[in-house]
Each structure stands twice: as structure tokens, then as C-alpha cells.
Design a protein. Sequence first.
Length: 290
Amino acid sequence: MKKIAHILKSAAPHWVGNGFHVNNLFMYEQAAEVLSPFLLLDYGAPKQFAPSTQPRGVGRHPHRGFETVTVAYQGEIEHHDSEGNKGVIGPGDVQWMTAASGIVHEEWLNPPFNARGGVLEMAQLWVNLPAKDKMTPPRYQEIVNAQIPEVVAEGGARVRVIAGEFAGEGGPAMTYSPINVWDVQLKTDQSLDLTVEAGYTTMFAVLKGSVRVNGADSVKSPALVVLDRDGTEAKLEALEDASVLVLNGEPINEPVVGSGPFVMNTRNEIMQAMRDFQSGKFVRSAAVAG
Ligand code: MN
């Protein structure tokens, strides 16, 4: 069984714009090498929004050098960007946006959902790109619930394969480096046995409920469990109904230098990103966001 390297309790929730009330589970500035290839995870626990005509979310902002992965659990999120991509994701859907060389986008509660009000539950993961792919053209993958295979594991846990492979089922997301993203739902007393590649980063983001990890520590949400890279076996047991995002991937052994919405390899590249954004170079399409 893998050893547990770290258990990080989430900080108090904060607002991203006026639409996403999230707990940060990890942020690359804390320990880029340990988390690699993942950079950040925010989780918005179920939150009731009253009906509103006021837009709620985050207006135009840039990204460069990585990917943003938005998972909708409840409610609806709308996106549009400087490449002309537009989409609404709802329960079970995922938006996998590769910012790469640069994108400007907006993220909102979908206006009809915002108007009628309701419960929003979502997560946003940032995935780093290898240096060689940081300046490739942006890419947008809208992945609907029906495209995501679901495996019922021996211990009863339900595993939705968003990226990578689990029990022979391949996930729909295309990625730039080897990554597994598994959305796991467990009822009380259900369990999940995992076999992962030795040497990869493996993390359990415990979003809801509480679990016992590798037969040892019990962990209450919201929290992040980072497993040691040695070994291949891991286990989750639900102490109560739980939702866990399993993140597994090959570490990218390159320097990580970030500032706000840009994550590159050097300080110079960050300065260049700021200049390129300010001079409008992120907007290549006539279909401008906003
Ligand atoms: Mn964004």
C-alpha cells in the first residue's frame, strides 16, 4: 500500500468573481513539484443561489500555459472565449479548456439558471502543460455526461473516467501528458481499490463526506490527500457518503513560474505573457469574448 505523504485541510471558502464560492484544495505555489502535473483545485460545495437578473461569475480574463478543467456537479455554467468557443455545462458535464498560448474567456452561471436560481456545485482543476506544449494553439473540449464512462468497482464505488483509463474504460478527455482524472462517488461502507503507476503523482481530493485512506487515516472533506510516489496500491473506504476526485499523473519535471492567470517556466515568459495579453495578442479570432 502506498504511504500517505500529506493531508491538507482546505482553507476557508472564498469567492471567485461573484459566482463561484470555492474551497481551494491545493495551489501550485505551495509545492509545485509534489503536485505536478496538477496546479490548482477549487471546489464549490453545493450552494443555493437565489434568482437574479444580475450576471454572476467571472468576466473577461486571460490564461496562458496550462489547462482549466471545469466539472459541473449541480447547476449550469456558461463559458465563452476569444477562440469563439461557447458552451454550457450541467450536471455531470466537463469542460476541458487548453489555454496554451493564450485565451481570454468568461465564466458565468448560465443566465437561465441564474434567473431561476438553484444549487451550484462545481470544481475547477488546473493542469500544467509540458514546456513544449505551452505555446501551442488553444483547444476546447466540451465533454457531456453521456460521454464519460462509469465503472462500478468491486467495492461498490462508482468511478467516472473523465481522463485516462480505469478498469479498461478510457476517458474522453485528450491530454498533453499522461493523466488520470476519476470522479468517484461512494456510499457509506463502499470501497475502492486502486492500482496506479509507480512514480506518478496520486492525490485524493475529498470533496464531500469522509473516507479512510489506505486502511489508515480518516479524512473529512474538504481536504486533499497526497500519496507517496512509491508503490502502486491505494484504497478508499467511505465512512459516510463521499465524493472524491482522484488525480493521478506523470510529474512534469520542469520549473513552474506563475503569476495570476499565467503559468510558465521562467519569469521572462511571465513578463512576455503580460505584454502579449496587454497588446491583444491573445485574441486571434474575430469572435471576441464579451
Ligand atoms: Mn478562467
